[in-house]
Ligand binder design. Structure first.
Ligand code: AMP
Ligand code: MN
Ligand code: MN
Ligand code: MN
Length: 285
């Protein structure tokens, strides 16, 4: 199969990206991306706008979302791809996660208050464009107030476990997230597996649970993890009979590790997730 210029993980202003859904698609088109998924955190409100722009620019658009999940007290991200966006359970599940995000944000502001940083909730909200508030919006607020020199440094001093502004939060269960995606006709994929601080012993348990719940794939290549990890995840994908996915995790020019549409060949033994999708296989040229 020819490897298309495919990016199956990206963010817009609907969550914590800097570009609107249309701007993101135009940006991807200028960089010759052929197949794009928009995967905002816990929100699918950008899909329609992105799809319309993708049609104009002759990009194959894949519905996507990145769902926040708690598994064994750890936060994981599960990508949903190629699902029916009108599915009621998926829509309701995501809505409840966004309500949880609002509550968490109040706790984060209280925690920052204890460190004498006041009015952080109002401040962070000024950086949200659409809705669902997250740590990035607090990060922008903290930089704007001079508490850190840039986004990277904010996360070293704040917003991470043990630091001001961090609060534990119970997201969706792994089983629920995978079920919503699968029942909406989509494929659930473990996002940036190399980012989770869990040691090699736990990965087999995670993959076994994920597979039991109906999970389809794993991001073997991600802009959010070191490329040296891809062989390990390719081996795990093979062992658990999972498809392989890839994506930049692009959040915006200047703030992302990797540019949109960066494509690395998946290791040879991988079965690309898009080999399941007739619309991609038939239309790619
Ligand atoms: P949240 O889902 O609100 O907890 O926010 C998670 C988001 O924060 C991730 O998707 C990244 O966009 C961003 N993030 C987390 N850690 C860092 C970091 N160390 N540097 C930059 N961005 C980060
Ligand atoms: Mn993000
Ligand atoms: Mn993520
Ligand atoms: Mn992401």
């Amino acid at each position: 199969m020819i490897t298309p210029n495919i990016d199956l993980h990206s963010h817009s202003t609907i969550s914590d990206g800097l570009l609107t859904p249309s701007e993101l698609v135009s940006y991807a088109s200028e960089r010759e991306v052929q197949v794009l998924a928009l995967t905002d955190h816990d929100d699918i409100a950008g899909l329609e706008e992105a799809r319309i722009m993708a049609q104009k620019l002759n990009i194959i658009f894949i519905n996507g979302v990145e769902i926040s999940v708690t598994w064994r007290k750890r936060t994981l991200h599960i990508i949903g791809l190629n699902f029916d966006e009108s599915n009621k359970n998926l829509i309701n599940g995501l809505k409840n996660i966004r309500i949880g995000r609002e509550k968490r944000a109040e706790g984060m502001a209280d925690s920052l208050g204890m460190a004498s940083i006041f009015n952080a909730l109002e401040g962070a909200k000024k950086f949200t464009k659409h809705g669902a508030i997250g740590r990035i919006h607090f990060a922008h607020f903290l930089v704007s107030q001079g508490h850190a020199k840039d986004i990277k440094h904010v996360f070293k001093k704040f917003l991470t476990p043990g630091k001001p502004g961090y609060v534990d939060h119970e997201w969706a269960s792994l089983e629920d997230a995978v079920t919503w995606i699968s029942e909406a006709g989509g494929d659930a994929v473990i996002a940036h597996p190399g980012r989770y601080d869990m040691g090699r012993k736990l990965y087999p348990s995670l993959l076994a649970d994920f597979k039991d719940f109906g999970g389809a794939g794993i991001e073997v290549m991600s802009g959010s993890q070191d490329p040296s990890q891809s062989n390990y995840f390719a081996e795990l994908a093979e062992e658990y009979n999972l498809f392989a996915s890839c994506g930049s995790d692009f959040h915006g020019p200047g703030i992302s590790h990797r540019a949109i549409g960066f494509v690395r060949e998946l290791p040879k033994q991988c079965k690309p997730i898009w080999s399941k999708w007739p619309n991609v296989i038939n239309d790619i040229h």
